[in-house]
Design a protein around this ligand. Structure first.
Ligand SMILES: Cc1cc2nc3c(=O)[nH]c(=O)nc-3n(C[C@H](O)[C@H](O)[C@H](O)COP(=O)(O)O)c2cc1C
Length: 338
């Protein structure tokens, strides 16, 4: 019989009452330990939440917090403890009264074991969430503010309906001006839109220009890249959105450079990154928008009065973010040491 049963069947069917009793004692210890674990996990979750309240992990940590609160306020552990204690009473009665029918006790044991396994599974999920959160935050702890800002900046594509004041915009542009540039040419110029209707008009025109075939063969590729890499949550339907290019941001800054400057694209990239990090450090969010360069193909381009000698390299959108995008995984196998 032993050979024909699985390990667990063997355990519950064949074990002596003494072994099952030992298991019940272990369960009681386990319950006490789980209670401690849940309390500790809750404290860890609260600490992570307080340390990262303004970051993109806030939503995730709150989800774990809710799961833990359910475990703390639920009666599951109390009921499990009661079930094991009652189970032990049944055993002592069998022994005292010298009963020969052990089956009800064994059935009860099997039933409690199932409940334990279920609880353990749920607790494992919470543990995994906590480990995930700790991993997300481990790089941040002990790092200085510059590093934290670098790690916390995200491409944000949903904004609150809240204006950014002129002084703040100026500060952010000043940070851009502090970027390094080849031969210190400082090739950048900034063209700023901060009126909702104008931004929407430009956004629609850029989309229209694209879909009219101005981008021709490039369009399909751009949309594919957009949906894959820019992680637009609605897929292609973003094109039908009110502001598909600038994502409803209250500020759009076109960055231009002289056409005749072979280093300009690099300089503009550095300038834009300075601006986005400065914005993050001031509590704002941003997104670099490469598609914005197609503004040059639109009817509204002339409204910007950009001289013929310049070209649009990129736009940086700014605002108070209304989403916490997950951190796109960074490839770390691209450093080669010699
Ligand atoms: C040169 C450049 C062009 C980009 N163009 C767009 C764009 O047109 N639209 C958009 O939503 N995001 C755009 N992005 C944002 C990237 O998709 C985003 O930075 C990338 O997915 C990594 O996400 P993260 O910035 O949150 O780390 C662009 C980024 C760069 C650097």
């Amino acid at each position: 019989m032993t050979l024909l049963t699985s390990h667990t069947e063997h355990y519950s069917l064949e074990n002596s009452l003494e072994t099952l009793h030992q298991k019940s004692r272990e369960w009681l210890e386990e319950i006490a330990f789980w209670q401690d674990e849940i309390d500790t996990f809750y404290m860890i979750a609260i600490k992570i939440k307080m340390d990262h309240i303004t970051t993109n992990i806030k939503d995730e940590v709150e989800k774990t917090e809710r799961n833990l609160v359910r475990k703390i306020t639920g009666n599951e552990l109390y009921e499990l403890k009661k079930a094991v204690t009652d189970h032990e009473h049944v055993l002592s009665e069998i022994i005292q009264k010298n009963q020969s029918d052990e089956q009800p006790y064994r059935d009860q044991h099997r039933n409690i074991r199932r409940r334990f396994e279920q609880y353990e599974k749920e607790l494992r999920t919470i543990k995994q969430e906590i480990i995930h959160l700790l991993k997300l935050t481990e790089d941040h702890d002990g790092l200085n503010e510059v590093f934290k800002t670098i790690y916390n900046r995200r491409a944000v594509r949903k904004y609150k309906n809240k204006m950014v004041d002129r002084k703040t915009i100026e500060k952010i542009i000043d940070a851009g001006r502090m970027a390094p540039s080849a031969i210190n040419k400082q090739p950048w110029k900034f063209y700023i839109l901060n009126k909702a209707e104008t931004i929407t008009l430009f956004s629609k025109q850029i989309t229209k220009a694209a879909s009219k075939g101005i981008l021709k063969s490039g369009l399909k590729k751009i949309i594919k890249t957009a949906t894959e890499s820019f992680h637009f949550s609605e897929g292609l339907s973003f094109l039908r959105a009110e502001d598909p290019i600038f994502h409803g941001a209250p500020v759009v800054i076109f960055l231009t450079s002289p056409k005749e400057n072979e280093w300009a694209a690099l300089d503009i990239g550095m300038c834009a990154q300075n601006m986005m990090l400065a914005a993050k450090s001031l509590g704002l969010d941003s997104c670099p928008v490469g598609l914005a360069k197609y503004v040059m193909e639109t009817e509204v381009y002339t409204l910007l009065n950009i001289p013929e000698s310049e070209e649009v390299q990129l736009a940086v959108i700014l605002g108070y973010g209304d989403e916490y995008p997950a951190v796109p995984i960074r490839n770390k196998v691209n450093a080669v040491y010699f």
